[in-house]
Design a protein around this ligand. Structure first.
Ligand code: G
Ligand code: G
Ligand code: MN
Ligand code: NA
Length: 254
């Protein structure tokens, strides 16, 4: 309860901030967009990572307040970058993580519409990341994602491969993009490469784009290029960073 009260206070006192991690085009090395990742700059505890407060926030409607805050800030930030550097950001996207509890609320649809109107961002440049588990377990997910896609926003299936979605189900889900979980790039098991190849082939067959997560070196990037994965994200391509340090030129640095 103390943590909940602290989060509530943090929201009113503007203690949260977003860090942005670039998503790069594998074939060209160019910027495709960013994922917004929340951080809590706590007055006494310093920078608090999301794993330390999101589980508590998810136990109440606090997670919806955090979600609204993130949507509003991330959309405005992308529009600001686009105004500063139109050439580098013309079609750049902004991905925002949406929790299951927030997706379950019908009001999310109006909140997304409002964030788009307030920021002036083109709907398709906003990507909502939904985890595979939420999509399978939240009864309202399908209908709400359908309504969100009707607005024109892009939906991405996050952490793919860690849950129980079968490849065949991809065909019926309300998603545009698949994010392959970073565990697949980091596995020492040689069979994993074939599995990644299979996921990418299936995703393409169903008309989905693919983002590989957790790229930490050039070999991983080369392998993704060879199997036709269009986008990649990871420390090798750029770490999550606060807004002032992000530019369209963010690129590989070993
Ligand atoms: O950097 P990393 O530690 O940022 O993120 C850890 C986890 O927190 C990830 O699973 C990510 O999806 C989640 N996360 C980060 N920011 C947000 C956010 O704004 N909302 C939600 N619901 N999850 C987030
Ligand atoms: O939303 P999602 O669960 O995908 O959150 C992404 C998480 O992965 C964040 O915590 C982010 O900081 C982290 N991350 C991003 N790139 C890398 C990477 O290359 N390696 C590792 N180990 N973690 C990463
Ligand atoms: Mn994510
Ligand atoms: Na993920």
């Amino acid at each position: 309860a103390q943590l909940e009260a602290d989060i509530q206070l943090g929201l009113t006192q503007d203690q949260f901030e977003l860090h942005y991690q670039p998503v790069m085009d594998v074939a060209t090395g160019r910027l495709r967009g960013y994922e917004a990742l929340i951080r809590w700059r706590h007055p006494e505890r310093g920078m608090v990572p999301p794993d330390a407060f999101l589980p508590t926030a998810e136990q109440s409607t606090l997670i919806c307040a955090i979600g609204r805050w993130t949507l509003n800030h991330a959309t405005r930030q992308l529009v600001a970058w686009t105004e500063q550097d139109p050439a580098g950001h013309a079609d750049a996207t902004m991905a925002v993580n949406i929790s299951g509890r927030h997706l379950a609320t019908r009001s999310l649809i109006d909140e997304v519409r409002q964030a788009l109107t307030d920021s002036g961002l083109t709907p398709k440049r906003l990507i909502l990341e939904i985890t595979e588990t939420v999509l399978m377990e939240e009864p309202a997910a399908d209908a709400h994602l359908r309504a969100l896609r009707q607005i024109g926003v892009t939906v991405s299936l996050d952490d793919f491969g860690t849950g129980y979605t079968s490849i065949g189900q991809l065909q019926k889900l309300q998603v545009d993009t698949l994010k392959i979980d970073q565990s697949f790039l980091h596995s020492p098991d040689p069979g994993t490469a074939a599995l990644v190849q299979l996921m990418i082939t299936a995703a393409h067959a169903f008309g989905l784009d693919v983002v590989a997560e957790g790229v930490e070196n050039q070999e991983q990037l080369d392998r993704l290029a060879a199997i036709g994965c269009e986008s990649a994200q990871g420390y090798y391509l750029g770490r999550p960073a606060p807004a002032p340090n992000v530019t369209a030129e963010t690129g590989p640095h070993a």
